[in-house]
Design a binder for this molecule. Structure first.
Ligand SMILES: C[S@@+](CC[C@H](N)C(=O)[O-])C[C@H]1O[C@@H](n2cnc3c(N)ncnc32)[C@H](O)[C@@H]1O
Length: 270
């Protein structure tokens, strides 16, 4: 399918998105913590409403510099509301594929974004070219095919999830991108490549189980209308998926695990 279809499907709906705002660098991008120190210049590609980006800015301090870019106008407007009191933090509405700057960064981070791009390798090369020599590229992403629920979620949610993956795949997005990142990094000359599992596990006994596992009901609420418009499921199927999945969470649902890998590599020194 065309770049236009990919861009349309990747665009974040403008309704309130609690998923992005629940995230912090500590709970959702902890692979970055070992690198973050005062004075670093960091670019956060696909920063959404900037929840993780704000945590990065706190850690690099006023001697540092953090720029978040995202094509979502509403997301960037939300993100910018927090910048006045943090001088080292800035946001810019920009698409990675058109983003131009003379600035070079100690670290470029990109979390949960390559899963939404139909040209992930081109994106990776662009990010690599924004690094200073010796700088670090840190990508965090999913393999949606390796999600684990226990027990299996209701049939209506399985139907929705299968439609979601098909809808994504038809737009050229790689549902298993996490497991291709090491190859992409090595093939494009990044050095000292490391791969760390960063699975997100929620269990019934955890206080946050009902909120964390509900991500798929939220996807059906927030993204689902796009799938209905594009003819992948009916509105009845979408609503049934939400209702039956909410029941599963409240009754038989025991655990859910999202498969995420954090892959990092270094730009060579001259
Ligand atoms: C799932 S959100 C992840 C947000 C945040 N990084 C996080 O981990 O919570 C994916 C983000 O990628 C952004 N995105 C999609 N296409 C992009 C592109 N071509 N360039 C930069 N960002 C893009 C979307 O607007 C969205 O905010």
């Amino acid at each position: 399918m065309s770049n236009e279809t990919a861009n349309r499907r990747a665009a974040m709906p403008t309704v309130a998105n609690p998923i992005l705002e629940r995230r912090t660098v500590e709970n959702s991008n902890r692979n970055l913590l070992k690198h973050l120190q005062p004075g670093l210049a960091v670019l956060d590609v696909g920063c959404g409403s900037g929840a993780i980006t704000r945590g990065i800015a706190e850690r690099v301090g006023p001697q540092g510099r953090v720029l978040g870019i995202d094509p979502g106008e509403t997301l960037i407007a939300d993100a910018q509301r927090h910048t006045a009191e943090v001088p080292q933090l800035a946001f810019q509405q920009a698409d990675l594929f058109n983003f131009e700057t003379d600035e070079r960064f100690d670290m470029v981070t990109c979390a949960r974004v390559l899963q939404w791009l139909n040209r992930p390798e081109e994106a990776l090369v662009r990010m690599k070219n924004l690094l200073k020599p010796g700088g670090i590229l840190a990508v965090l992403d999913y393999n949606h095919e390796r999600i684990e629920w226990s027990p299996e979620p209701p049939a209506a949610m399985q139907t929705f999830y299968a439609a979601f993956l098909k809808w994504r795949q038809d737009a050229g997005f790689n549902n298993a991108i996490a497991d291709h990142l090491r190859d992409l990094f090595e093939r494009n000359g990044l050095e000292e490549v490391t791969v760390e599992t960063q699975f997100e596990i929620s269990r019934k006994e955890d206080a946050g189980f009902s909120v964390a596992s509900r991500i798929w009901a939220e996807v059906a609420e927030i993204r689902g209308p796009q799938l209905v418009r594009d003819g992948y499921i009916s509105e009845e199927e979408r609503l049934r998926a939400i209702e039956e999945y909410d029941q599963w969470i409240a009754t038989t649902g025991e655990s859910m695990q999202l498969y995420l890998l954090a892959v990092e590599g270094r730009m060579s020194q001259p």
